[in-house]
Ligand binder design. Sequence first.
Ligand SMILES: [Zn+2]
Length: 171
Amino acid sequence: MLLSTDVSLPNDVQPEFPDCCVVCSCKPDSCAELYVHSRSSFLVLLLPVLMFSGWSRIKVPVCKRCRGRFFLQRWGRSLVAWATIAVVIWGVSLLIPHWEATDKAMVILGAGMMVALQYVLLEGLLPRKFDLSASSTKTTYEFKSSSAAFEFYLVNRNNHPDADIRIISGD
Ligand SMILES: [Zn+2]
């Protein structure tokens, strides 16, 4: 079940946002610069040097009073999730110091996956106001508000009538 409404644009289309803050929908008096990576996570895992290329910078309208909340929501959850995974793995490794290395590795992996699953469920059930993700061909703009997503879709559809722009409704 998708609870955000997503709009995907080809990577060669420069996105244009309606004149509204992506957090509170009021007229924005500032913006935030976000960086999104378009390389496959699997390929980056195999060839970490790919991490140094494939980044795009996207300017998003955010009003000054929402900037702090916006960045806290964007990075706070990820930081808490990774910190929790690290603490769980550390705690499990302290609890089972004399186990075989392979048993230990399996328990640590299982604990890490449980925490990661909780993080994924949280992201699905309580989506961020706005988020971005990218692949090698398209960038996906994820809106909690379906009306904000639809406005964003219309602006970009009007400016690029021939581009492969899609809206994926979460409703
Ligand atoms: Zn705002």
